[in-house]
Design a protein around this ligand. Structure first.
Ligand SMILES: *Cc1c(COP(=O)(O)O)cnc(C)c1O
Length: 403
């Protein structure tokens, strides 16, 4: 049996990571979701519907581009980019949001609920809800509402209701808590749509399967370019959905090195980064067992990254498992290195990457320099950087600016 068929087990465990640690009121709804997904995943109609929206609405397949100038600039292995920035709404998130909303409709739900940090998942889900005609409620911390103003406006234009969360640090973790509470109160007609390969079973499984299109396309497209597998695949890891999406097609190909890049933020001190796999320990948060960053009371630690979408104190359970068995390697990239890669990719290739994706680009550039010219690296460019341009130019001068 392939790796994907045999993981997770029927209770949603990847080794000892994963599971569903949920309050009793949610046991039945989650059992319903698990059952519905098991039916849907083999339903020809579901597969057809998803193929249709991906091709005719979302813009799939996204291409793989050879980054010739960047490769020459680094002077080593050839660097290729899987262009998830070219998805409608500008990132890989629509891959799982469209599918989650089809699932919601199949379950007879009229409303989708979610949290958002930077607003990317909120925008993608509001888009999918508008397309399929469902109500959409997005919970967002008040700090993020101010910081990510354009995405708040986007969600509202798309018809979503944005609920400000005003307790605690007023960021992502509190937004998750608030969305869960709201879901419990409306569980008869609503469904919670998680934004990454995190949360209780079956979400890490479902979101991985929905994102596996990225790996599936990549394998075929990479063969068109090089007539071989890549030597390394590199992706940034927040919750871990874009990375598991591209890794999924290569897990059984042991000769392909898989690198997950975590945000090193401002430095090694707790609170200055969000490198959960690098510095974390085993623990349960948001309904699943994984590797997380804890404070001295054992609670989820405050985290920081310049990439708001990868600023999370835990990580998807499958990543905890794959790194524990040595199948994936964990790398890090600081805020400053990410910004340098953001400008380098923009000026050498004409592609402005999301700050999250710039973490993967930065590590790939480092790796390329250590490998021979006969080697190849495939980077998952998870999103475009339009959302980040104002913040970046206000805080980091444009190199070689001409005006
Ligand atoms: C949300 C987001 C991420 C981080 O989420 P993962 O689940 O780790 O993929 C990375 N890149 C972009 C562009 C995002 O919007």
């Amino acid at each position: 049996m392939s790796y994907l068929e045999s993981h997770p087990d029927e209770n949603g465990y990847f080794g000892r990571f994963g599971g569903a640690y949920i309050p009793p009121v949610l046991e039945q709804p989650f059992a319903d979701i698990t059952k519905a997904y098991a039916e849907l995943k083999n339903s020809p109609k579901f597969i057809e519907d998803l193929k249709y929206v991906r091709k005719h609405y979302q813009g799939r397949p996204t291409p793989i581009s050879y980054a010739k100038n960047l490769t020459e600039h680094c002077g080593g292995a050839k660097i290729y980019l899987k262009r998830e920035d070219l998805n409608h709404t500008g990132a890989h998130k629509l891959n799982h949001c469209m599918a989650e909303v089809i699932l919601a409709k199949h379950l007879g739900k009229t409303k989708v609920i979610a949290e958002t940090g930077a607003g990317q998942h909120g925008v993608a889900l509001a888009t999918a809800a508008a397309y399929f005609g469902l109500e959409c409620e997005i919970h967002m911390g008040e700090v993020d509402i101010i910081k990510e103003h354009p995405n708040v406006v986007r969600m509202k234009i798309l018809g979503a209701k944005v609920i400000p969360v005003s307790h605690g640090l007023k960021t992502l973790k509190e937004a998750v808590d608030s969305a869960f509470e709201s879901y419990i109160a409306q569980v008869d007609h609503a469904i919670y749509c998680i934004g990454s390969v995190v949360g209780p079973h079956p979400f890490p499984l479902m979101v991985r399967d929905f994102q596996s299109i990225v790996g599936h396309e990549s394998k075929e497209q990479f063969f068109e370019h090089e007539d071989s597998l890549p030597d390394a695949v590199v992706a940034c890891v927040g919750g871990g959905s874009n990375s598991i999406g591209i890794f999924s097609a290569f897990i059984d190909d042991k000769e392909v090195d898989l690198y997950g890049v975590e945000p090193m933020g401002r430095g090694e001190a707790l609170g200055d980064h969000a490198a959960s796999l690098t510095y974390g320990e085993e623990g349960i948060m948001h309904g699943f067992n994984s590797i997380m960053l804890k404070d001295d009371k054992g609670e989820p630690a405050p985290v920081h990254s310049i990439g708001s979408g990868i600023d999370y104190p835990s990580v998807g359970p499958e990543h905890a498992y794959l790194s524990s068995i040595g199948r994936t390697k964990v790398a890090v990239c600081s805020d400053d290195e990410a910004v340098e890669a953001f400008y380098t990719l923009s000026q050498h290739e004409g592609i402005i990457p999301a700050l999250e994706s710039a973490h993967a680009v930065s590590y790939a550039m480092k790796l390329a320099k250590t490998l021979g010219k006969d080697k190849t690296i495939l980077v998952n460019l998870s999103g475009r950087g339009d959302k980040d341009i104002d913040f970046v130019v206000e805080n980091y001068p444009i190199p070689n600016a001409k005006f």
